[in-house]
Every structure is written in structure tokens, then in C-alpha cells.
Design a protein around this ligand. Structure first.
Ligand SMILES: CC(C)(COP(=O)(O)OP(=O)(O)OC[C@H]1O[C@@H](n2cnc3c(N)ncnc32)[C@H](O)[C@@H]1OP(=O)(O)O)[C@@H](O)C(=O)NCCC(=O)NCCS
Length: 176
């Protein structure tokens, strides 16, 4: 499939129902969504507004319809962690393996750097889909840095999280 007409752009408020539908698919059908479960429309709006206030990127990919989304959210609360973000990318079912993840990740990395993020974390739940997601992380220079065992519990199962880290250029100038 060609990415020719694929448009990657910042999320708009009127995308959030489609974003929620993609997210819902993975919550319903997989165990990869940890820690976040369903968000209401209001919670998606609040979450998006919070990323905007922080200047963190939230992008969508569309070709006639919304095919995926990616954002960087604070890795941990607290000012000491302000230069560290966590990446989340989800593609609509049936649209994986067509470079849409790549099309979202590349501008996400650039926008993260512009936002003053110098470390990006990827946390991959160890499920059947993990080898693909881990390969995706490694392709984009996220180095594997450990396995947290049984840190999540969903639907009667303990889930391990494999952590990846990618260093971006440190923020220039004074440490704001
Ligand atoms: C993980 C995900 C974002 C990757 O996006 P994608 O569009 O499917 O991946 P791309 O087509 O851009 O592939 C880029 C690279 O990822 C790796 N990759 C992607 N699919 C792969 C697969 N099935 N097997 C092995 N490696 C794979 C490869 O390194 C590939 O590059 P290459 O083909 O040159 O080797 C997407 O598959 C997805 O949304 N999966 C379900 C949700 C999910 O797990 N999200 C991550 C949680 S944060």
C-alpha cells in the first residue's frame, strides 16, 4: 500500500471519537493497553488539552479515514521528569504493516525534540504482538533496557512490560 496520500497532522478535537474507537479496539481485543483502559469522550478531550498545554505532540494519520494516532505523554509526573516522555502509537485494525507507524513516528520524534523532550520511553506489553512492536522500536533506535515482570494485571493475567529508550538531542540553552 502506498503512503502517497497519507496525511499526518496534529490531532483536532473532531478526531477524538475516531481515536477513541481505535483505542477501544485494542482494549477490547488485546492485552496490550496497559496502563490505560477506556477513556470517556470528556477524558479524551481533557487528556488532549493537557498535552497541548504541555506542548507535547499528538498526531494522527489519515487517508480518507483516520488510520492511526501517536502521542507523547509525560513518562512520570513531577518537574524532574519534564524532559522524558512516553510514546504511544496505535493503528486502526487492518492498517498495520504498511509504514503508517513509520509515517507517524518520524514527525513525532522531531516534534518531541522541539518540545524539549530528550528521552523517549516505549513500554511494550509482552503479548503475542510484542515481537512486532519490539522490532518497530528497535528499527527506530529505541534501545531495549529491561523487562519489568508482572507489573500489570488485566483479565486474570499478569503482564510483563518490556522497556525501550531512545535518546534525542538534549534541550539547547538554559534548562527551563
Ligand atoms: C506497532 C505499530 C505502531 C507499527 O506500525 P506499522 O505501520 O505496522 O509498522 P511499519 O510498517 O511502519 O514498519 C516499520 C518497521 O517496524 C518493524 N515491523 C513492523 N511490522 C512488523 C512485523 N509484522 N514483524 C516484524 N517487524 C515488523 C519492522 O522493522 C519495520 O521495518 P522493515 O519492514 O523495514 O523491517 C503498529 O503495528 C500497531 O499499531 N500495532 C498495534 C498497536 C501497538 O502494538 N502499538 C504499540 C503500543 S504503544
Amino acid at each position: 500500500m502506498s503512503n502517497k496520500q497519507l496525511c499526518v497532522r496534529p490531532v483536532r478535537d473532531d478526531d477524538l471519537a475516531d481515536v477513541a474507537a481505535i483505542h477501544h479496539h485494542y482494549v477490547e481485543n488485546t492485552l496490550i493497553c496497559v496502563p490505560e483502559l477506556e477513556r470517556t469522550a470528556t477524558q479524551w478531550q481533557e487528556f488532549t488539552d493537557d498535552l497541548r498545554v504541555r506542548g507535547l505532540p499528538f498526531l494522527v494519520a489519515e487517508r480518507q479515514q483516520l488510520l492511526g494516532y501517536a502521542y507523547v505523554h509525560p513518562w512520570k509526573p513531577g518537574p524532574s521528569f519534564r524532559h522524558t516522555g512516553e510514546v504511544t502509537i496505535y493503528l486502526a485494525p487492518g492498517h498495520t504493516d504498511h509504514r503508517i507507524g513509520q509515517a507517524l513516528l518520524e514527525p513525532l520524534l522531531a516534534a518531541s525534540q522541539e518540545a524539549g523532550i530528550s528521552q523517549l520511553i516505549g513500554a511494550v506489553a509482552e503479548t503475542a504482538a510484542a515481537p512486532r512492536t519490539s522490532a518497530f522500536c528497535q528499527k527506530y533506535a529505541f534501545e531495549e533496557c529491561g523487562l519489568l515482570q508482572k507489573v500489570a494485571h488485566r483479565d486474570g493475567q499478569w503482564i510483563d512490560l518490556r522497556l525501550f529508550q531512545r535518546q534525542l538531542a538534549p534541550p539547547s540553552g538554559s534548562d527551563t
